[in-house]
Design a protein around this ligand. Sequence first.
Ligand SMILES: Cc1cc2nc3c(=O)[nH]c(=O)nc-3n(C[C@H](O)[C@H](O)[C@H](O)COP(=O)(O)OP(=O)(O)OC[C@H]3O[C@@H](n4cnc5c(N)ncnc54)[C@H](O)[C@@H]3O)c2cc1C
Length: 428
Amino acid sequence: MTPDLAILGAGPAGSTLAALLSQRGFKVLVFDDEKRPELLVGESLVPATVPVMRRLGIEDRVAKYSQHKPGVTFLHREGSRIDFNFAPIARSLPTYAYNIPRPEFDDTLRERAEELGAVFVKHRAVVEPGTDGREIQLSAGSLAAAKLSAHPAFLIDATGRARTFARALGIGAQGGERADVAYFAHFEAFEHDFECPGQVVISILDNGWCWRIPLPGRLSVGIVLHKDIAKTYGDTPEARLDHALRTEPLLRDHSRDARRVTPVMTYTNYQLVSERGYGPGWAACGDSFGFVDPMLSPGLFMALESARLFDEHVFSSGTAVLGQPDTLHAGFERAEAELHDWHESWRELIRHFYDGGIFSLYETGTNFSKKFKGWPGIKFMENHMGKHIASMASGSFTRRKYSRGLVRFMRQYMLRDCRMPEEFAVRP
Ligand SMILES: Cc1cc2nc3c(=O)[nH]c(=O)nc-3n(C[C@H](O)[C@H](O)[C@H](O)COP(=O)(O)OP(=O)(O)OC[C@H]3O[C@@H](n4cnc5c(N)ncnc54)[C@H](O)[C@@H]3O)c2cc1C
């Protein structure tokens, strides 16, 4: 075939876009190097991912190998505990999400894209500066690997953190505030005694924080801490993860009998947004455009959402748009503006967790409810705050001006009878 469009990378962003555009009748070719490791981060989803699964008709397949996720519990070294349940969130979304074995999830998306007509080629695509009005193009070797006699009209970079196009074009990026590193692995017999089996647990530790994500038959455990502190934990990723499990008070009792059943993977670099995400003949989707700190698990949602935004704002009128540079430009401008708003909104919400504000607010609310038990309005306010924060973390109210303003206002003017945010902040 002569594709209308070639996508580089068959992660969640690339395969979702391939499936959505194939549904619209585009001829899509996807290059993937198939270098995916067996163990991949991105195992905990937010409810806002479910509508895209439904649109692609894959929710049943995903549910079969995944763990139902009812919410997230935050435990703090200072003894606080906050349970967020997705049940009271805005009605526009399902009240649950999934914890997914990542390789299976990526395979399902790819399988669906293939069913809808997308063609996948096993090849690590190479790009070079473009000619004929394109800013970037596939190398002769990559065209040959896909047996293409003509260059596709459009290229999508979905190569994740490799940011293949941005690197080739020298496009800069805005980084995050932290210099953290993550070590993670899968465990068996790690005690996870929470009432709801799929509840994800985030613990704010003496140093950094830790995730516990229940998957069928095992628990994914990752620690995230400053890279300089990590060095003091041991010489290898295994030693560093092991040290945290043995010494952190919130982990050591639960991990006493735990058996690690995978190698330990390392991830660095936490936040990044490209200065530019599209140009003549190309656009970047998913992590290749930008990624958010993973504390609230927004990464896969952002990958799926960027594919959805491209589909809606750029390609919904069909293949004719590929011959209309001005319409393409306007569509990507809209999509990119929404993506920036998503990034900014997630960053703001996640900052409330990192700097301790959410824990102070929660303590204020709990003390208030005890002190004024039975007063009219108290229960309403408690439920109202809970609903808005859970809805923001679910991906439904994340960008809502009212919800964001409510949290800011409460933090600024309503903290009473509580420990201040600095006491709850993630160190360093
Ligand atoms: C520590 C940590 C924890 C995280 N936890 C979560 C979580 O719990 N929940 C969540 O939703 N997200 C999480 N994320 C984020 C999530 O993993 C990513 O946002 C998501 O994988 C992005 O998907 P993507 O398709 O953009 O990129 P990727 O998943 O990186 O896919 C890119 C694909 O492109 C391929 N590729 C690369 N270069 C080429 C090339 N030149 N040619 C062909 N193919 C190529 C790669 O092999 C890969 O298959 C976490 C991230 C980190 C760092």
